[in-house]
Design a protein around this ligand. Structure first.
Ligand SMILES: [Fe+2]
Length: 274
């Protein structure tokens, strides 16, 4: 099963440039690239910071842009989003009876769980009692099958001075729940605008840098610098029978010089594969 993860679109107002980039244009190119190369994906998951300001017109623009996407999609909020405006534009994304933008997508390959870590007014994320109780119940229902978690905020310190204080508050409670159920194949998040992989409590995690400008790599100094690195989305391949989860990053706007691996000859864009 193929799942696409796109994160941190930060869609602002039409015509706006942020750090030199037009995020509307970037999202349109991303949708085109997914349609051309991964229309066979089972789902496309947008892991938060869908908009820059959470204003209603930005969600209307997002909805228009995603109407071109050939793959079914699921949205979850980040700290830049506003829950009420998101739900108003995409009511289908909030089928959690507690009022949060949390949902499940059950497949033969496993259960995909989408969490709402938005704490309105704060940059950090939270999973309150109601959201943790919902997750506990869904993981109980997924017992005996692999579960994959999608969320905006990292539940793990990544060694990054600027970003580590801005992750999920009280991650120990969340991770304790995952360890208790013991069937988590991976945690996928955004928020840090960098590609990072590792394990926490024995569970693999993957951060995707997404469509926004990337935070510069700095292990020591708080004070964010961003760099206009190529935007990227992730292709997640899940094979339950083989107990395998693979994550590929796709820099969809990049076009490097390409050569034939057999002859060493430079290739025209028509002749290149991949
Ligand atoms: Fe973000």
């Amino acid at each position: 099963m193929k799942i696409i993860q796109v994160t941190d679109i930060h869609l602002g107002h039409q015509g706006e440039l942020r750090f030199g980039a037009n995020l509307h244009e970037r999202l349109a190119r991303c949708v085109e690239h997914i349609n051309a190369n991964h229309a066979d994906a089972a789902l496309c998951v947008f892991t938060g910071d869908l908009t820059e300001t959470g204003e209603a017109d930005c969600y209307a623009d997002l909805k228009a842009a995603l109407s071109a996407l050939l793959v079914p999609y699921r949205l979850l909020p980040g700290n830049h989003d506003r829950r009420a405006n998101l739900i108003a534009a995409f009511p289908e994304c909030a089928d959690d009876e507690s009022g949060f933008v949390q949902s499940v997508h059950d497949t033969d390959e496993g259960s995909l769980l989408f969490l709402d870590t938005l704490a309105e007014g704060r940059v950090t994320g939270e999973l309150c009692e109601r959201r943790l109780a919902w997750l506990d119940a869904r993981l109980s229902e997924a017992a005996g099958r692999p579960a994959l978690i999608f969320m905006h905020h990292p539940p793990v310190a990544l060694g990054l001075a600027e970003l580590d204080p801005l992750g999920l508050e009280q991650p120990a409670r969340f991770l304790g729940l995952l360890k208790h159920h013991g069937n988590i194949s991976g945690i996928f998040f955004g928020h840090v605008h960098r590609d990072v992989a590792g394990t926490i409590a024995g569970i693999p995690f993957f951060a995707q840098r997404g469509l926004h400008a990337r935070f510069a790599l700095d292990f020591n100094h708080p004070g964010a610098t961003v760099e206009q690195a190529p935007p990227s989305y992730a292709i997640i391949l899940i094979d339950r029978a083989a107990k395998r989860v693979i994550v590929h990053g796709c820099d969809f706007l990049e076009q490097w010089p390409a050569y034939s691996a057999e002859t060493g000859e430079i290739l025209t864009s028509d002749a290149r594969r991949g």
